[in-house]
Design a protein around this ligand. Structure first.
Ligand code: AMP
Ligand code: GLY
Length: 446
């Protein structure tokens, strides 16, 4: 599979995910420059890397201008927000190859109600669910009671984008009833505001595919740890750590998900006239009855990207350029080659995250962490005037350890995380610790 590679790529975004994309692209043959806009403090430190800190990724005209000025052959959109406002539509209208879905196709993530509708039409299994508008309090209460009386747990999901924080897994039917008004008040009556789902049990897995509108090729599976605290306690966050590969979800299981989840969704989106190009992320629950789709995202996961991309033994830039043009090879396999070994990522977060993170704390120990062999990607950091880095966001530094297997990679990640400190640093100490037995390969049994 030999595809032309972009020599100049513009990556939009400023998080750890975008740093990892830039790190991967910058090391590929034939690359002259990878520009990250606006980028984080250190994403421009990669060799052949640079940042454009002033760029607003939500300003479509400015993006087109920047892509032209930097002679980018390919634009890769990292986060969901620019996709939701039509960054790819504007770039495509200007004749610039952009990898990511159009605004209409991004609805798979920006509306959980739409995702359910498409999955149902495509025959993809999700949790039992119903969508409610701002005026539907009585109907929403009735659905909560119905689920509760049937013995199901209840999950409340705000319909729009919420950075992974708009979902509440209720502790009881009563709690769900009490929370309903906060999801519905001040929302229009005629548009979905809330999706109420039955709670599913199992381990989660993220399976992300590179899609060109009709074809899909899977990246290695990863597992995110979404709760803030050890033992899956505390509030949901954007993700506090991840690892790959998964002992209970092998390559065959990934290929089965590409076949039974991604391809049917691509076909349904194409049928609706919104062909999906971009990273299609299936957030799965591995239940006793096989994998169920919890959500679609329309981008790489963060921190999943930071553990997936270092494992990838295929040239990313060439694949993304081909997919952006709708021209992945017909004979593309369902999954991509990987390097031997494993990765574990631990997210170091600021005091106050996921509420109101404190900014401006001086970060110590980044060089020592890098010297240990770990990858330190930058998310919420700034360069301090006197040298070194300071905190400037919620999730500050994802550190990634590599090893011959997941336990070895975990030791490498823990060693690097221990080397880094600042006042109020929060992190989990149990990422990739309690691994499932390969024999418990629920997801792989389909
Ligand atoms: P979502 O943004 O829809 O992926 O939800 C965020 C997180 O909430 C998921 O990663 C799960 O941990 C949890 N979650 C969402 N939906 C369900 C569900 N139906 N059952 C159990 N947990 C869920
Ligand atoms: N880590 C989950 C996400 O990126 O949505």
């Amino acid at each position: 599979m030999s595809l032309p590679a972009p020599t100049r790529t513009l990556v939009l975004g400023a998080g750890g995910r975008e740093h990892a994309i830039a790190w991967k692209l910058a090391a590929e043959p034939g690359v002259n420059e990878v520009i990250v806009a606006p980028g984080s403090a250190a994403s421009g430190h990669e060799s052949r890397g640079s940042v454009r800190p002033g760029c607003d990724p939500l300003d479509a005209d400015a993006l087109v201008e920047l892509a032209r000025r930097t002679s980018a052959e390919l634009v890769v959109v990292g986060p969901e927000a620019p996709l939701a406002v039509g960054a790819v539509d504007a770039l495509a209208d200007a004749g610039i190859a952009a990898f990511g879905p159009t605004r209409a196709a991004a609805r798979l993530e920006t509306s959980k109600a739409f995702c359910h509708e498409v999955a149902e039409a495509a025959g993809v299994r999700m949790a039992r669910a119903r969508a409610f508008g701002g005026g539907d309090l009585a109907a929403a209460e009735a659905f909560v009671r119905e689920l509760d009386e049937g013995g199901a747990g209840i999950v409340l999901k705000a319909d729009g984008l919420a950075g992974g924080k708009g979902v509440i897994v209720a502790s009881s039917g009563q709690q769900a009833l009490e929370l309903l008004p906060s999801f519905l008040e001040r929302r229009p009556a005629d548009a979905p505001a809330l999706v109420i789902e039955e709670r599913l049990d199992g381990r989660e897995a993220s399976v992300i595919a590179i899609c060109d509108g009709t074809r899909a090729v899977g990246l290695p599976a990863a597992r995110d740890h979404k709760r803030l605290c050890d033992g899956d306690a505390g509030p949901n966050t954007g993700g506090m750590g991840a690892y790959s590969p998964l002992p209970d979800f092998d390559d065959e299981a990934v290929e089965a998900v590409i076949e039974t989840v991604h391809r049917p969704i691509l076909a349904e989106m194409a049928r609706r006239g919104s062909a999906f190009r971009g990273f299609l992320y299936a957030g799965l629950m591995l239940t006793d009855q096989g994998p169920a789709l919890l959500e679609c995202n329309v981008r790489l996961g963060d921190p999943e990207a930071q553990v997936i991309l270092p494992r990838l033994a295929a040239p990313l830039g060439a694949l993304l350029l081909a997919a952006a043009r709708g021209r992945l090879p017909d004979a593309i396999p369902s999954s991509l080659p990987v390097f031997p070994g494993a990765t574990v990522g631990v997210v170091l977060a600021a005091k106050g995250y996921p509420g109101t993170p404190r900014r401006g704390d001086a970060i110590r120990g980044v060089e020592a962490a890098e010297a240990s062999g770990a990858l330190v990607f930058h998310a919420g950091t700034i360069e301090r005037p006197g040298g070194g880095f300071g905190t400037s966001g919620g999730r500050v530094l994802p550190v990634v350890g590599r090893g011959h297997d997941v336990p070895a990679a975990r030791i490498a990640a823990e060693t690097a995380a221990e080397a880094i400190s600042w006042d109020g640093l929060q992190r989990r100490h149990d990422i990739a610790r309690d691994l499932p037995e390969p024999a418990a390969a629920i997801g792989a049994s389909r």
